[in-house]
Design a protein around this ligand. Structure first.
Ligand code: PYC
Length: 310
């Protein structure tokens, strides 16, 4: 299995070029469902330690349904198949450029959440125009074990987010363990208290919003991913969901640009246009860097060939 590893604002992406199971030729959403339900051991084995590293997201390249798209892609972390992934898309575009498959300019990409576009601005800088994102519920109060009542918004940006603004714990690197524990408790509370998407989709990510000490930065976020790792980048789908909330609150105008920082200080430039269905079409610009190219080996006699799965 040939892979190329990159990182976007510190968050790793592993693009899988070959060697994955055949997922057929259905819609990307159907192929993502097959990956999640019938190939769990495979997708975990690509990312779990010792082959993978904490937080890494894979981008499995698949043929697109629409031939005008550069590629189809299914993203997953060590715990779940994702609808979309913003940092992964930036990493994917830089990887495709590294392979000589795309040149600077605009390219369409198919994901399970829908078609998106990437503008490759230079070898490392990518602007992603995401699927329409929306706030679904506002000021939802949940009871969180050990923390009491927490209020937040439910929003969709390609994945499902519960967004707490402001975070009850300062969004600082020194608090990453406490922010992780609180976010896991919030996600569990959302699931048990049936705070979910219109069709019962579970909250799979949690955002805790804070402020940045740096002049010119709009805000800083902490984002919990399904594998209980925090996003080292400002999270593309999370930033999209957050843009939908800022737009719904009338505090950010279409076309106005802000810079959003992650808990480790990497940043995206963000803006939106009004979407056709009452939501927003988010645009996020960030940078990714290639870190390695390799061939994954799954030796039959390796007791941990499927990863450390406790
Ligand atoms: O950037 O959208 C994102 C993302 C989702 C999970 C990790 N990163």
């Amino acid at each position: 299995m040939h892979v190329i590893d990159s990182h976007t604002g510190g968050m790793p992406t592993r693009v899988i070029l070959d060697g994955a199971p055949d997922l057929g030729s259905g819609s990307l959403a159907e192929r993502a469902r097959l990956l999640a339900t019938e190939h769990e051991a495979f997708y975990k084995s690509v990312l779990l330690e010792p082959r993978g590293q904490p937080g890494i997201v894979a981008a499995l390249l698949v043929p697109p349904e629409d031939p005008s798209c550069e590629t189809g892609v299914i993203y997953f972390d060590a715990d779940a198949v994702l609808g979309m992934c913003g940092h992964g898309t930036i990493g994917l575009a830089v990887t495709l450029a590294h392979l000589g498959r795309i040149a600077p300019g605009t390219h369409k990409i198919e994901t399970p959440a829908g078609q998106i576009t990437v503008d490759l601005l230079d070898a490392n800088t990518v602007r992603v125009t995401n699927i329409e994102s929306r706030r679904v519920k506002t000021s939802v109060v949940i009871e969180v074990a050990g923390h009491g009542q927490v209020k937040g918004d439910l929003a969709y940006g390609g994945n499902w987010f519960f967004i707490v603004d402001p975070s009850p714990i300062a969004v600082e690197p020194v608090n990453i363990r406490a922010l992780t524990d609180l976010s896991i408790a919030i996600r569990e509370a959302c699931i048990s208290q049936k705070v979910c998407g219109e069709n019962g989709q579970p909250v799979d990510h949690v955002i805790l919003q804070g402020s940045s000490p740096t002049k010119g930065i709009h805000s800083r976020n902490f984002v919990l991913c399904p594998d209980d790792q925090y996003d080292r980048s400002p999270c593309g789908t999370g930033s999209s969901a957050r843009l939908a909330c800022l737009a719904a609150d009338g505090v950010l105008a279409p076309g106005e640009e802000i810079t959003q920082e992650s808990v480790i200080g990497s940043s995206y430039r963000l803006s939106f246009q009004a979407g056709p269905n009452g939501g927003v079409i988010p645009t996020l610009t960030g940078r990714a860097y290639i870190m390695g190219e390799g061939k994954l080996v799954f030796a039959q006699n390796d007791p941990f060939r499927d990863g450390i799965f406790l």
